[in-house]
Design a protein. Structure first.
Length: 335
């Protein structure tokens, strides 16, 4: 089975929602195992509960599922929960890790009845590999070529019924034939502050941290509506509790994040660099994504998928497919 790799962010941002190496172990410890323990995404939970219950009654595989939305919102966690609730095996891979058609054929041929195959970063799967999935998803068969040149022939192999769960941050990047083959297309949204508060209170008990309600609220307000970031902050706080024994004092808590160059609205160095570049170099007027990325020495994907979602969430940025523009709120906050 192909195992996914984790890309190291050159800024090494605490508040980035993309997965870091250190997140893998901690998230496996803190992740809920059943839908009843999962906080937030209520509409998705209700839909999955009905689908899972119906599939178990009929003893059939679930309809294929796409989870899409910004990183860190629980796509992998929900996939684990679906497998647990169905009582089947979960096989995990990622788009970049599947390099050849034979890799995917090997994974599919080793599935058992009603197993779940979870593929992360599916938008990075190569088109020629994607085509193998068409018959696999619809007919539970795979076509492979045997022989070479004029002696080559196609052989169809049956595989057990299975459920494919795909996770992506770029739903629009999936091809239309692929999107049409999914029975469940589910979008994850940012979490409310109340939901984040419930998550960190639950996880603090698992980590053995005793904090006041006020401190919990401060962590929740700085999480960007993302459980992964909230859990990361909770681990940072745990380190300081281990050394200082008490950080419930407001000044001590704020001091921690000043050392990390994070301000009261949870903007870090890269966020501020983007805002300051638009303001100083372009006088706050609209600027194209390519020009902005070149000006801050970052790639367009980092600006679009790592920086902008939060700036849009707090109304610091206006965005169209062609340009980005600062709002008056952003200018007032930093200047």
């Amino acid at each position: 089975m192909a195992i996914k790799s984790v890309k190291k962010d050159k800024w090494d941002r605490i508040i980035q929602a993309t997965e870091k190496v250190e997140d893998i172990v901690s998230e496996n410890t803190l992740r809920p195992r059943i839908l009843g323990d999962y906080v937030g995404q209520e509409a998705i939970k209700k839909h999955l509960q009905v689908s899972i219950s119906a599939a178990r009654i009929r003893w059939e595989s679930l309809e294929h599922i796409v989870f899409y939305g910004p990183p860190g919102l629980g796509k992998t966690t929900l996939s684990n929960i679906v497998a647990s609730e169905m009582g089947v095996n979960l096989k995990i891979s990622s788009g970049p890790a599947i390099e050849k058609q034979s890799d995917l054929v090997s994974i599919l041929s080793n599935l058992q009845d009603n197993d779940i195959l979870f593929i992360d970063e599916i938008h990075r799967l190569k088109p020629q590999i994607e085509e193998v999935l068409y018959t696999a998803m619809e007919d539970f068969t795979i076509d492979i070529m045997v022989g070479k040149w004029t002696w080559a022939s196609s052989v169809r192999i049956a595989i057990p019924p299975f459920t494919l769960i795909w996770a992506t941050t770029k739903f629009s990047s999936l091809s239309a034939p692929l999107r049409d083959r999914f029975g469940n297309v589910l979008k994850l949204d940012f979490y409310s502050r109340e939901d984040i508060l419930s998550i960190i209170k639950r996880n603090s008990s698992l980590l053995g941290i005793d904090l006041t309600d006020e401190t919990f609220k401060k962590i929740a307000s700085r999480s960007r509506g993302t459980p992964r970031i909230a859990n990361r902050l909770l681990k940072i706080v745990r380190d300081y509790v281990t050394i200082w024994h008490d950080i419930n004092d407001s000044k001590e808590f704020d001091e921690i994040f000043r050392w990390l160059h994070i301000d009261s609205l949870w903007l870090d160095a890269l966020d501020k660099k983007v805002i300051e570049t638009i303001y100083s170099k372009f006088s706050g007027w609209p600027v194209g994504l390519n020009t902005l990325a070149s000006s801050v020495w970052e790639d367009e994907d980092t600006i679009e998928n790592v920086v902008e979602p939060y700036l849009l969430q707090i109304w610091f940025l206006e965005r169209t497919p062609k340009w980005r523009k600062l709002t008056d709120i952003a200018i007032k906050h930093l200047f």
